[in-house]
Design a binder for this molecule. Structure first.
Ligand SMILES: Nc1ncnc2c1ncn2[C@@H]1O[C@H](COP(=O)(O)OP(=O)(O)OP(=O)(O)O)[C@@H](O)[C@H]1O
Ligand SMILES: [Mg+2]
Length: 243
């Protein structure tokens, strides 16, 4: 992927996707994401937020197949023509399924793994552990942690890589309020310092309300980029129209 950054950094044209035959999850979506934007991805459970995140990360179509139509341009390049490893250099993703992402013997090794893989300084792991207050878990096995601890380890391991595009799929489900605030602060810091483009798939009105002005909103298989005031009230609770 080119070193130069394009603006918009993600361009979606006539995107449609079905896992099987004509059972469309997304139909004819058109939108762009600008470099440095922090965008929410919202809509009720089962609507396609994770599916869209997988498309941005290239998991669809490279690992999960299905019927994918339209054009997905990432930083000026067509995602269908990029390998997963090329995409990984620019796009970091925190997955919704915690256990599928943990495989190292210790928390420290878990966070160092991605850094070494991308030939980055492994000592950045310490900084990441401090940010999410997991230094005391450093030598523990990630698999034996609580869900909230696992979530923080995963966040630290991906955010340490400082990807140009950061996708977080339900990143706050298991976080307590102080850790949600830590996550929010670190995301804002990464956005301001490195102009990281951040996409947050979440039904957490606090997180979306605090971080995003605009939302990719799913309705009737289509995705619209709207201002959050269209679906949230001033108390940052959703007023979805689920019908
Ligand atoms: N691998 C798959 N194969 C077939 N269908 C799938 C697959 N993954 C998801 N689906 C279906 O696609 C639809 C969208 O699922 P997705 O996981 O993207 O929803 P979501 O908005 O992320 O939901 P949640 O808020 O519960 O995380 C659902 O109907 C789901 O059953
Ligand atoms: Mg999901």
């Amino acid at each position: 992927m080119n070193e130069e950054d394009y603006n918009p950094i993600i361009e979606i044209e006539n995107l449609s996707f079905a896992y099987k035959s004509d059972n469309w999850i997304i139909k004819d979506a058109n939108f762009t994401v600008n470099k440095g934007e922090i965008l929410g991805i919202a809509g009720p459970s089962g609507i396609g937020k994770t599916t869209l995140s997988h498309i941005f990360k290239g998991i669809i179509p490279h690992s999960i197949r299905g019927k994918l139509e339209g054009t997905i341009i990432l930083n000026g390049l067509n995602i269908k023509k990029l390998s997963i490893s090329k995409i990984a250099r620019s796009v970091g993703m925190v997955f919704q399924n915690l256990n599928a992402q943990l495989f190292s013997n210790t928390v420290k090794e878990e966070i160092e793994f991605g850094l070494k893989n991308l030939k980055m300084d492994p000592s950045l792991a310490i900084q990441a552990m401090k940010k999410l207050k997991i230094e005391d878990l450093s030598d523990k096995s990630p698999m034996n942690l609580s869900a909230g601890q696992k979530q923080r380890v995963i966040l630290a391991s991906i955010m340490a890589l400082k990807p140009k595009i950061l996708i977080l799929d339900e990143p706050s489900v298991y976080l307590d309020p102080p850790n949600k605030i830590r996550l929010k602060e670190w995301l804002i810091e990464q956005n301001q310092e490195f102009q990281t483009t951040i996409l947050i798939a979440s039904n957490d009105p606090w997180l979306i309300g605090e971080l995003c002005d605009e939302i990719l909103f799913f309705k009737n298989k289509s995705i619209k980029k709207i201002h959050k005031s269209e679906v949230m009230n001033e108390k940052t609770s959703w007023r979805w129209l689920y019908t």
